[in-house]
Design a protein around this ligand. Structure first.
Ligand code: GLA
Length: 392
């Protein structure tokens, strides 16, 4: 809440008035189904109790004025200037400004009203840490404009508009998982999304299991291009495999058996990337039955396997994520551990028996520091509700 109070305080100082509303949109952690959303697979994320907050009001001016409290920077834009990725003054938008401006651009593309706003925003979702800080910013601005524009969309529709902003405006070819989790989160539940049909339901994680997030403190770099590369390798695999399986439209349509049969058709690097996807989709399918049966041990094993696959086949891990995972897996009470999100740095997700959480967190932090000289943040997290707005 400190973050929210700071945003409100800064709003008063900057605009010499009270904000009218507060928007909140959470980050997310993904338990299983990594890099499969853009292959029409299944994902198992949860919205987390760390969020982006915006204190805002409708502006009487022609332009929106946004203050990014965490950066101490301000930008302005109008509905016209966003189309050119420019500020109201005609200069290029700062990188962070592309997210809110992209959301405005995306809403306009659907003829949704996104009136000018005065806003201060601040986030408890660390940036570049694999917890979807960008999606939380996008969804917070999405619900803020929904309020000011007096329209209402189903949360999934808003998520799709956020994804569109990120794909076509910011330029990262991400899937739907992050915006979905931020928009549709449900308190104390895991989310299970079919990324093809966009149908979803929630699953229970037994109350004696905690979700622990461990931040390596390594911030990813070059994510956009490495991420887009992975995505195009998957598209290449589909193109080639269609030669023998003409009906497939995504790697989701390829079973592990069929993949093994035809893998030799693929260039070696493409084969590795595609194998991760095909096997990960199979793991995620199995995991739903396991969770429904309360079989956390077996589910945790699938998480461990997922990490190895992301490390060796998809090659999106880094030494610090591997060390963090290895230590976690050796500690009592840990069912499973793996990197979460896009990778290349950021956080791991761990499923831990509640009774062991205290020692687990302490030991993990201590041993990670000993081995790397870095200081990790460990969050014991609770699944949270999706984005929303409240009057101040
Ligand atoms: C990022 C993207 C998501 C998803 C994950 C990997 O978070 O935004 O769409 O692809 O990486 O699972």
């Amino acid at each position: 809440m400190e973050i929210l109070q700071r945003a409100v305080e800064l709003f008063r100082q900057r605009f010499n008035a009270e904000p009218e509303f507060i928007a909140r949109a959470p980050g997310r952690v993904n338990l299983l189904g990594e890099h499969v959303d853009y292959n029409d697979g299944f994902v198992l994320p949860a919205a987390i109790d760390r969020a982006t907050y915006i204190a805002f009001r409708r502006s009487s001016a022609h332009q929106s004025t946004l203050l990014a409290a965490d950066l101490g920077e301000e930008t302005t834009f109008t509905s016209k200037s966003v189309a050119e990725k420019r500020t109201a003054a005609g200069t290029p938008l700062p990188d962070w400004g592309l997210y809110p401006a992209g959301v405005m651009w995306s809403l306009h593309s659907k003829a949704l009203d996104a009136p000018p706003m005065d806003a201060v925003f601040s986030s408890a979702v660390p940036r570049g840490a694999g917890l979807s800080s960008s999606a939380s910013v996008e969804m917070a601005f999405g619900v803020a404009w929904e309020k000011l524009g007096s329209w209402k969309l189903p949360p999934m529709e808003l998520a799709l508009l956020g994804q569109r902003a990120e794909n076509q405006y910011v330029g990262v070819n991400c899937g739907i998982m992050d915006q979905f989790a931020s928009a549709c989160g449900v308190k104390d539940r895991l989310l299970h999304l079919d990324c093809r049909s966009l149908e979803w339901n929630t699953l229970k994680l037994s109350a004696d299991i905690a979700i622990v997030i461990a931040d390596t403190s390594i911030r990813r770099s070059l994510t956009g291009s490495a991420y887009n590369d992975r995505r195009s390798a998957c598209e290449t695999a589909v193109r080639i495999l269609r030669g023998v399986m003409p009906a497939i439209t995504a790697l989701r349509d390829v079973s592990v058996e069929a993949f093994n049969q035809h893998a030799a058709m693929l260039p070696p690097l493409v084969e590795k990337r595609a194998r991760h996807i095909v096997e990960e989709i199979s793991r995620t399918r199995t995991s739903v039955t396991l969770l429904e049966a309360g079989d956390v041990s077996h589910f945790g094993e699938l998480m461990d396997q997922c990490h190895l696959s992301l490390r060796d086949l998809y090659e999106v891990s880094c030494p610090e994520l591997d060390v963090m995972t290895e230590i976690a897996q050796s500690l009592p009470g840990c069912y499973g551990a793996r990197l979460t999100g896009a990778g290349f740095g950021g956080c791991t997700v761990n499923l831990v028996a509640q009774e062991s959480v205290g020692t687990f967190a302490g030991q993990l932090a201590e041993r990670y520091s000993q081995r790397t000289g870095l200081h990790p943040e460990i969050y014991i997290c609770r699944a949270a509700d999706g984005a929303g707005v409240e009057a101040v």
